[in-house]
Design a protein around this ligand. Structure first.
Ligand SMILES: [Zn+2]
Length: 60
């Protein structure tokens, strides 16, 4: 539990240090980098809206 949290903290630190740019507005930014900026949240809400619509359409 704590080890996993440590990995996440370390990753955030690396991103903050500019080791790798966060791809905002993508799944990579939202999931991998755990970014919750406006772009990343907008991407997720758009994705979830689409996902729900597709799921509803698949239902009989
Ligand atoms: Zn972002």
């Amino acid at each position: 539990m704590s080890a996993r949290r440590e990995v996440r903290l370390r990753r955030r630190q690396r991103v903050a240090e500019g080791d790798r740019p966060v791809a905002h507005g993508t799944w990579a930014g939202y999931l991998t980098d755990k970014c919750r900026c406006e772009l990343c949240r907008a991407f997720r809400s758009a994705y979830m809206k689409d996902y729900r619509a597709r799921k509803a359409a698949a239902r009989p």
